[in-house]
Design a protein around this ligand. Structure first.
Ligand SMILES: *Cc1c(COP(=O)(O)O)cnc(C)c1O
Length: 220
């Protein structure tokens, strides 16, 4: 099946209010062009340099989402154009995004990454620390960054009930803190293997890569 066919199959199943981020990391520009021709406008990348190169080479109505864990010193390169940064989990990073937003005279939307997986390899704010974290954020009154929601990754495993439980915990946290921010509407959870469960548990944005573009070859 072609990229366009994969995309249309996935879109047919998505509720209209769920945003599909096409995760194009490691994939060549030609693959993104195929998705673009099929109507896709939101793309997710996990490396700043790769995202900047693709942004340069592709139409300017694409919305670029940073879904990876970014180094603070690289935020400046994407600050002029990035539409949403998904993986923010420290105050230092938030402050740097704010600084770069000010320099670029814009408000940069971000999602805070919350740790829901049991594995300790995953990034994110511990749910038990979320309350203090958010209080600190509110007190900082950052003007050039806007917290629009949460992002989470479930455990990388096949037991669907574990995955569902983790998504459900994030949805509960999302509901709990929603009123602390004025424009807090996005719950980014779900990837190729688990986006259907994520949607059932309340996801508003799914990040789907291999189900659209095929498996990635990290050896490149
Ligand atoms: C790579 C990646 C995805 C997409 O993964 P697939 O399993 O290929 O759909 C989603 N979210 C993040 C944070 C990723 O790094």
């Amino acid at each position: 099946m072609s990229i366009a066919q994969h995309l249309s199959e996935i879109k047919d199943e998505l509720p209209s209010k769920v945003v599909l981020v096409a995760v194009s990391k490691t994939k060549p520009i030609e693959d993104l062009e195929q998705a673009y021709a099929a109507g896709q406008r939101v793309f997710g990348e996990n490396k700043v340099q790769e995202m900047c190169e693709k942004h340069e080479g592709l139409p300017k109505d694409i919305q670029w989402h940073m879904i990876g864990h970014v180094q603070r010193n690289k935020i400046k390169y994407m600050a002029p154009f990035v539409s949403l940064i998904h993986g923010v989990d420290s105050i230092k990073t938030l402050k740097e995004v704010d600084k770069q937003g000010l320099k670029n005279k814009r408000i940069i939307p971000v999602l805070l990454q919350v740790k829901i997986a049991k594995e300790d390899t995953k990034f994110g704010i511990e749910p038990s620390e979320l309350s203090d974290f958010l209080e600190e954020v509110v007190n900082l009154e950052l003007k050039n960054v806007e917290i629009q929601g949460f992002m989470g990754m479930a455990s990388n495993q096949t037991k669907q009930e574990v995955v569902r439980e983790e998504f459900s915990i994030l949805k509960t946290l999302f509901n709990k803190y929603q009123n602390q921010f004025s424009n807090f509407h996005t719950l980014s959870m779900g990837m190729s293997g688990d986006y259907k469960i994520a949607i059932e548990e309340g996801s508003t944005m799914v990040r789907v890569g291999s189900a659209i573009f095929g498996t990635r070859n990290y050896a490149i």
